[in-house]
Design a protein around this ligand. Structure first.
Ligand SMILES: [Zn+2]
Ligand SMILES: [Zn+2]
Length: 140
């Protein structure tokens, strides 16, 4: 399957979508929708929650943003090499400061794909979260 970079050129980015992306990009930590709304209101005082949810859904579909279900939060996708169809990411996240780091390993997803095939499941979205303490937090 041909791999396509998920780039801004392929997706229509309106000024509002860009503003929300900027909020997420500026944060090292995953942000909940209301955190995003709070930061967005500095620039767009009239922003409303439904607008933010709609844009977030769009950005997740566009594979520019990951939704972390366990935290009910969103993080900017830091990879530009995701498969254009599936969006599979590995996320290391610190339980204490919530900083997170996304990485990819095709081998890990290849073995997951093998098992899911046996189960008859085609994965179209996956975010595997690994929790722990980062260096900074474990030193304290
Ligand atoms: Zn990603
Ligand atoms: Zn930490």
């Amino acid at each position: 399957m041909k791999k396509q970079p998920s780039s801004l050129e392929q997706v229509k980015i309106t000024p509002l979508r860009q503003d929300i992306l900027n909020v997420l990009q500026a944060s090292k930590k995953p942000l909940g929708a209301y955190d995003i709304l709070g930061k967005l209101k500095k620039k767009r005082p009239n922003a409303e929650p439904p607008t933010v949810y709609r844009v977030l859904d769009f950005l997740v579909d566009a594979k520019l943003v990951h939704r972390i279900e366990s935290q009910n939060a969103y993080v900017c996708c830091s990879s530009h090499t995701h498969d254009s169809i599936s969006h599979q990411a590995l996320l290391l996240s610190c339980q204490n400061c919530k900083n997170s780091f996304e990485f990819e390993d095709k081998n890990i997803f290849a073995s997951i794909a093998k098992f899911s095939k046996n189960f008859g499941l085609t994965i179209d979205d996956a975010l595997i979260e690994m929790k722990g303490l980062c260096q900074n937090c474990s030193r304290k």
